[in-house]
Each structure stands twice: as structure tokens, then as C-alpha cells.
Write a protein of this length. Structure first.
Length: 162
């Protein structure tokens, strides 16, 4: 029973650590975009999107990043936040991959903040690192839920659903 408790606590620490690292990165990314909104908007306008879409994305992306950060800091929404960050980072990575492939005919400038000094290849690896963290966090959460469910079944009490 004690080893199962240690295992459960370890899974929670893994999940929480993954969520915290992703939240820090997304918070930094969003705040750096908002802190220098003019430059961020210019960088977005230099992307391959039509200007109308780029102008919407210039404010929408940091807002989405901050909303995901909020989901990652609360226990009840953490799993949703991990899934949302996985989706966002995957979308960013697909865009970078398409840009690197030459599909758009030109390579737009990179992101702001610390990422502006990274090549697209390095940026892709950076994104893949956070995708892996999200997957690890999701898997740890799923295993934690399985441990929790098994512990309730052994005691004869079933957890409340909903």
C-alpha cells in the first residue's frame, strides 16, 4: 500500500512538473508578445497569413496562451490544459515544419522573445520538447487516475463521477 502511495505521489509530481514547465513557457511567450505588441503584430503580419487573419492572431495567440496557463495551474483543469498545450504546440510545430519545407515560397521571420534568436530547426526542437512534456504529463495523469480508481475499488468505495 505504501509503495502504491509513493507511486501515486510520484505520478502527481511528474504531472505537476510538466504542467508547471509548460505554464512558465507559455506565460513568458504570451507576456513577451503583449509587452511589445507593436513588434509582435509586425512579426505576425510578416507571416504567410492574410493581413486580416494575422491581425487577429497577433492578439488571439497570447490570449490563448494565457488561458492555457490558467488551466494548467488549477487541479481541476490541469489535464485539459495539458491537452490544450499539446494541441497548440503541435499546431505551431506543423506550421514551422511547413515553413521549413518551403511550401509557402518564403521563410517569414521567427517569433519574438528568446525564440527570435533560434533557427527554425532549433525552434522545432524547442516545441517538440514541450510536446513531449505535455504527453508525459497526460500519461502521468492517466496513470494517477488509474491508481486512484484501483485504490477506491480495493476499499469498496467507488469515487463519485462528475
Amino acid at each position: 500500500m505504501e509503495t502504491q502511495l509513493k507511486s501515486t505521489n510520484k505520478l502527481l509530481k511528474i504531472r505537476n512538473s510538466c504542467a508547471a514547465l509548460i505554464a512558465i513557457m507559455l506565460c513568458y511567450a504570451a507576456l513577451s508578445k503583449l509587452a511589445d505588441y507593436k513588434v509582435s503584430k509586425e512579426q505576425m503580419l510578416n507571416q504567410v497569413f492574410p493581413d486580416a487573419i494575422a491581425l487577429q492572431l497577433a492578439w488571439l495567440v497570447p490570449v490563448i496562451e494565457l488561458l492555457i496557463v490558467l488551466t494548467l495551474v488549477f487541479e481541476k483543469t490541469m489535464l485539459r490544459g495539458l491537452y490544450a498545450s499539446l494541441l497548440l504546440m503541435t499546431a505551431f510545430s506543423i506550421y514551422i515544419s511547413l515553413t521549413m519545407s518551403g511550401l509557402f515560397g518564403r521563410t517569414p521571420c521567427s517569433c519574438g522573445g528568446i525564440l527570435k534568436n533560434m533557427s527554425y530547426s532549433t525552434h522545432l526542437l524547442f516545441n517538440l520538447f514541450f510536446i513531449i512534456l505535455a504527453v508525459i504529463g497526460i500519461k502521468a495523469d492517466q496513470r494517477w487516475l488509474n491508481h486512484k480508481w484501483l485504490n477506491f475499488k480495493k476499499k469498496g468505495d467507488l469515487p463519485k463521477i462528475g
